[in-house]
Design a protein. Structure first.
Lengths: 317, 481
């Protein structure tokens, strides 16, 4: 039996019934989420991250393509859905419920729901079981939902902007709680976020969506090794930026970004470190060195190449 | 852990939903308990036969009627995922199929709405036999309970149907009463306007039978005096139940088509928008056609356009307005066309569907009210044992001498137009009520005739029945000034 989530050529959009037309939210997306990983969904605003996650949870029906959980289609299929738990980006639902009520609610839906796990997590987070969620802060509500998600004991957990509303200390506690639980159970976590630092800390795999198109999807280590950031000084000071770009292209390298500080030029090249240094050494340089590249830079440059501003991304230092 | 079976999922989920409707459930239980106590109080203290205490019975029915209508309050929170995005995210991602989810919610509606009502009725019906003398005394109470139960099922079905088609809470709230009223009134209006009026009959009994059948609580509230055990009532109750089942079936099919994407949208299926608006428009047209075509045009337009404007949430273009107006004209013309056919055919032949000639009328009553010089004269004639032809002749004289024009009389220059010029200070109104041996065929002719017409009628009756059994001999001498 196939143990993973497969997204096969999925397209989906939002119809405008008045105009009889629609907006494509996802276009032919192909993606595989292997079992046991922590997978990050990254993308610009309106890229389709939440839509994809809702499709994976069986909330939306795709226009075309298939979404399979362990080989089974997810839409309207309890056999597939009992393996997943979706936490959306809102905390306004169930405000009239107490955590105890919610436990009861989810127990009615998930056969494997564990009272013990739920009560243990709620206790560790010092959350009351008998007070209505309407009296909780946003962070407390989010923690409660996380506790419910973990107590449902599902194989796949989908968190859409799950850490919003948590202060940095609580964010760390909740993240540790989630990672401990899922590592212990060998579960798979899919997280979407604008926060690249968070994704890079938490995930071992990630993908980038932009305007409904999948830009790339890979292990983070592979992503990092696929790009090289170098700074160099060209001996021939008369060589213009345009001339340098042409020479780099002639070497068979894809230049993603170039910035100039005095005589030093900083380049982001889509290639491995060795290949980049080997090829750039053919240029008349007086100094060349690589500098560490963050995941954030990779994503920002990927989006900038596609004409998207970088202001939507937040870096947490 | 073992996966749940479908029925286990439905049961477990239905149980879990109980937390979502706490206040509505409490209200239903309180109303049922109150209604049951008041009904029992009525039966125990005054008994079924004592008509002086009808008010008490009506009072007792009100809480039960409110409980029966509480499906309106229950359906919206029960199907919250259809108009609330956050709930949609939760419920559509749960490991339960759409079909199971729908059935679980229906099961919850039954548990939280119908069971308390049924329990209250069962308790009442179990105690009542000790306080009434016979079956005849018990039966009206049984019929009340049955009517209320079927009303509750019908309201639930209508509410679930509406919530399945709508994408927002407000739409669920205003479309459900519209649907209930529209469906209830349409057969009554249709029968009155397209069958009874064109047949030149005014049969309140028939309209009432339709009303009580389509909406059993009408019969219940309007009184035990109506014969609730009439065939038409059973047919009406059955039709209401069938209609409720059809609505549930339609709601089920619609629910299966939905996913989280439709949540929060204006009326999700355009067909529902046109159905509700057309139903409301047809009702309004027929309602106001009794008073004149101009009222129909005006109020029909206001209701139709207003409703579509509301559903569209105010987002309309000139093209949309033109389209709506075209549909409005189409429906209006359809009503007029149906009316003209009905008028030409005597209510689609209803005027000819009367008891055959072998059927002797058991009873006839002619009421004549005459206003003359600010005084009102009231004559009542009672008679029995007429043959069909004689009664038809009487009916034709009255019909031919009517002075009150109807819309289609003017439009189609039909037989019913008046022939006599009315003296300004003399107005005479005659009612002929004829009851056949088969009550469902009983009808009433409601016309205004001239004083001369009354004289002709008296002469005719005397000519038809010169013997001592003639109608004149039954003159009650009830002349009031």
């Amino acid at each position: 039996m196939i143990q993973m989530i497969e997204i096969k050529n999925v397209s989906m959009g939002f119809e405008d019934s008045k105009k009889g037309s629609g907006t494509v939210a996802l276009n032919e997306v192909r993606l595989t989420v292997p079992e046991g990983c922590i997978f990050g969904f990254l993308g610009s605003n309106g890229a389709g991250k939440s839509t994809l996650m809702r499709l994976m949870s069986g909330i939306y029906r795709p226009w075309s393509g298939d979404i399979l959980i362990d080989g089974e289609p997810v839409f309207d299929n309890p056999a597939a859905k009992e393996k997943l738990f979706f936490v959306n980006d809102e905390t306004t639902q169930f405000s009239g419920y107490t955590p105890e009520d919610l436990k009861f609610f989810y127990k009615g839906a998930y056969a494997g729901f564990s009272d013990t796990v739920f009560e243990r997590i709620m206790k560790s987070l010092e959350l009351p079981l008998d007070k209505r969620l309407s009296t909780f802060s946003k962070g407390m509500k989010r923690q409660t939902v996380v506790a419910l998600a973990l107590a449902a004991q599902t194989k796949y957990l989908f968190f859409d902007e799950a850490f919003d509303g948590l202060d940095p200390a609580m964010r760390r506690i909740v993240k540790n709680l989630i990672t401990d639980e899922i590592i212990e159970r060998g579960a798979t976590l899919v997280v979407s976020s604008h926060n690249i630092t968070e994704i890079s800390e938490l995930c071992d795999r990630a993908m980038l969506l932009h305007k409904g198109e999948l830009i790339f999807s890979d292990e983070l280590d592979n992503l990092r090794t696929g790009f090289t950031k170098v700074q160099l000084v060209i001996r021939d000071s008369s060589l213009s930026d345009e001339g340098l770009k042409q020479q780099i292209a002639a070497l068979g390298l894809e230049l993603m970004q170039m910035s100039v500080v005095g005589s030093v030029r900083q380049l982001i090249i889509r290639a491995g470190e060795n290949e980049t240094l080997e090829k750039l050494s053919q240029l008349p340089t007086s100094m060349i060195e690589t500098i560490p590249l963050t995941l954030e830079e990779i994503f920002i440059y990927e989006l900038e190449v596609r004409g998207y501003g970088s202001t939507d991304f937040i870096t947490e230092d | 852990m073992a996966a749940l079976t479908s029925s286990q999922r439905i049961k477990a989920y239905s149980k879990a939903l109980s937390r979502n409707t706490g206040k509505a459930r409490m209200l239903i239980i309180v109303l049922c308990a109150l209604g049951c106590i008041l009904m029992l109080f009525h039966v125990i203290t005054v008994g079924a036969a004592n008509s002086h205490y009808r008010d008490l019975l009506d009072l007792a029915i009100i809480p039960l009627l409110a409980a029966a209508g509480s499906g309106l309050l229950l359906a919206a929170p029960m199907f919250k995922e259809l108009y609330n995005r956050q709930y949609a995210d939760v419920e559509f991602s749960l490991p339960i199929t759409a079909s199971e989810r729908f059935r679980a919610k229906l099961l919850s509606m039954v548990r939280f709405h119908l069971l308390p009502l049924l329990g209250a009725e069962a308790l009442f019906l179990a105690i009542t036999p000790f306080n009434v003398e016979d079956w005849a005394g018990y039966k009206p109470y049984l019929m009340i309970c049955l009517s209320l139960l079927i009303t509750a099922i019908f309201v639930d079905a209508a509410a679930v149907f509406c919530v399945s088609c709508c994408g927002s809470l407000a739409e669920c709230i205003y479309t459900t009463p519209l649907l209930i009223a529209g469906i209830t009134l349409l057969p009554i209006f249709f029968a009155n306007f397209f069958i009874i009026q064109p047949a030149r009959l005014s049969a309140d009994g028939i309209a009432f039978a339709l009303a009580s059948g389509q909406m059993p609580w009408c019969a219940t509230v309007l009184g035990l005096d109506s014969e609730l055990d009439r065939l038409t009532d059973y047919v009406g109750l059955g039709a209401t139940l069938l209609l409720a089942l059809l609505l549930i079936l339609a709601a089920y099919r619609i629910y299966l088509k939905r996913d989280g994407l439709q949540t929060g949208r204006p009326v999700v299926f355009p067909a529902f928008k046109w159905f509700i608006a057309s139903l409301a428009l047809t009702d309004v047209i027929l309602l106001f056609l009794f008073n004149g075509v101009y009222y129909s045009i005006l109020f029909g337009l206001l209701v139709f356009m207003g409703l579509l404007f509301l559903i569209a949430r105010g987002r309309v273009s000139v093209f949309t307005l033109a389209k709506w107006f075209g549909v409005y004209l189409g429906i209006f013309l359809c009503c007029l066309l149906t009316g003209s056919i009905a008028y030409k055919t005597g209510g689609f032949g209803y005027s000819r569907v009367r008891p055959d000639s072998s059927c002797a009328y058991q009873y006839a009553r002619l009421d004549i009210t005459s206003e003359k010089e600010d005084k009102e004269y009231y004559y009542v004639f009672h008679a029995g044992g007429y043959d069909l032809d004689s009664m038809r002749e009487i009916a034709d004289i009255i019909s031919d001498n009517r002075i009150e024009p109807k819309f289609f009389d003017d439009v189609f220059n039909s037989k019913g137009r008046y022939d006599y010029i009315v003296n300004d200070n003399i107005r005479t109104r005659a009612y002929l009520y004829i009851e056949a041996d088969y009550p469902a065929r009983g009808y009433e002719i409601n016309v205004q005739i001239t004083e001369e017409g009354v004289t002709k009628l008296k002469e005719l009756i005397d000519r038809l029945h010169p013997s001592e059994t003639s109608i004149s001999s039954y003159l009650y001498s009830e002349v009031y000034e």
